[in-house]
Design a protein around this ligand. Sequence first.
Ligand SMILES: Cc1cc2nc3c(=O)[nH]c(=O)nc-3n(C[C@H](O)[C@H](O)[C@H](O)COP(=O)(O)OP(=O)(O)OC[C@H]3O[C@@H](n4cnc5c(N)ncnc54)[C@H](O)[C@@H]3O)c2cc1C
Length: 563
Amino acid sequence: MHQPTTTPRPSIYYDYQVHAPWLPSRHAAQPRQRVVIAGAGPAGMVTALELARHGVPSVVLTAELQVSQGSRAIVFTRRSMEILQQVGVDRPMSAHGLPWRFGNSIYRGRTVFRMEAPHDADDRFFPMLNIQQQYLEQYLIEACAASGLIELRWGNKLVGVAQQPDHVDLSIDTPEGEYTLQSDWLVAADGGRSDIRAMLGLQLEGASYEGLFVIADIRIDLPFPTERLAYFDPDWNRGNTILMHRQPHGIWRVDYQLPPGESPEQALQPESMKARIDAQLAMIGHAGTPWEMDWCSVYSARALTLPDYRIGRVLFTGDAAHLLPIFGVRGANTAFQDAQSLGWHLAFVVQGLAGEALLANHSAERVGAAREIIDEAGKSTRFMTPPTRGFRLLRDAVLSLSLSQDFVRPLFHWRTSRPHEYTQSALNSTGDDNALFSAGPAHGAPPQNVRLGADEFLLDHLGGGFDLLYFTEADALPQPLQQVVAGVRQRGVPVRVIAVGAAQAVQGADLTLPDADGHFRRRYGIRASGGAYLLRPDQHVCARWLTLDATRLAAAFAQALPQ
Ligand SMILES: Cc1cc2nc3c(=O)[nH]c(=O)nc-3n(C[C@H](O)[C@H](O)[C@H](O)COP(=O)(O)OP(=O)(O)OC[C@H]3O[C@@H](n4cnc5c(N)ncnc54)[C@H](O)[C@@H]3O)c2cc1C
């Protein structure tokens, strides 16, 4: 019988709420579900919210009775915030998080590289936002409860999966014993140690890097701004790198590599942690400043992925699908993109708007993203913690040259998590004008935001279905285009037409956005009226035209919705 802990997790700044378990005896016979999601971490809950946005209900199972322990993911990127905006949790995140955009690489007491992440008037969100993962999970739980289409079952541990041709049979353990449930689809969002991966006998492919890393969250009053601080080769931990990040509630994250040969148990001994944190504080000129430990943990840098995220009726997402080095803030930030992608692909299949080929596309796109991230993260990891003598020699040469030579400094660039561009996606139109554009988001890229007013941006209006951005000054959308859109809508596919540039409402468009100074057009590389972009439900571009006609629009929809 599954007995999750009912004691609130310890924390000096966060009050853990213990939820009541969902018990089968208190509910009537279980009907077959369309989607069951195992896991209520960021990946599971964002998938549920995305499905709900498309009108698909789901049951979310979580083995625990409370949100995850410790701050875990603390840095959220702009693209993550844009995804969280779609599922309705950007406001509490912005209200409570700490925005930032500068990163400092420090060697021998000098800042040898200062990175500035781009941020301009067209961006609603900062490049980075620091907030502890428990808060994110809390806001997602609140959004799930408000959606009306998501049933979150606390204390329900998935313990058995049997694949059938058109559904899965699930065994679920609870504090009063097991029950069974059938579902058309199972989303495996059960985290890095995925039970479902083990139940299906699946192996992750890739590499684990040498070395273990300590993460420690301490409460301390330090006078530094919210910026990323990376200390290379400090005297107290030669050859390694120490990272420091400010979090809300007076908490700082300190992240360092263990010396070779030391076990995680030794590293987490209070006296060992104290000695190292004191040494780091002394090095940054704050010896003796009082501090208090909140949470600490050890992790290893791994770069692993399943080769396919669809196995029969089971779809893997987030850490269950891949394990990525956290350098470059890749854990949760990648999970959001996975979940956003899975949400619309699965919803369209469940609703019969596209064939199951769409799920193969989801898997191909997200496995491609994981492989790209693994490649980039490998470069960062090798620079931060060189795995061999050769890498160390190279890294040390960069460090010492950086004191006198400007040209080596960009080698410190830390390749932070960025949205994957589905450049090779099978959903991208083959007959459009993508290659003829000289500006704007290309095939597979997420859209560029555009400021429309004091508190109004383009991305506030996008998502949930296909969006056709049509640039025109005319009174009406051309009739043949309206007919194509009507035909697609008749099949149940949500499409919104947004006219850009006209001074008056454009007939045939759901929304008209002004562009009096032409800024929007320039940002999107539009040269004349009649140019257009087609965005998928995850907002990524699947077609763009310098001049759109009905035949090419129909072809783009056919390409993006395989039957
Ligand atoms: C110690 C630690 C520190 C981290 N630090 C960072 C960091 O600094 N930066 C960063 O970007 N990322 C960090 N991460 C990674 C980040 O937390 C994950 O990438 C992120 O949580 C992934 O979300 P997920 O939903 O895929 O998995 P998880 O958040 O792990 O969620 C898994 C969910 O599945 C549930 N579950 C598990 N098994 C079952 C089962 N059998 N049945 C039902 N439910 C089940 C769990 O209860 C949980 O709700 C850290 C992770 C850990 C563990």
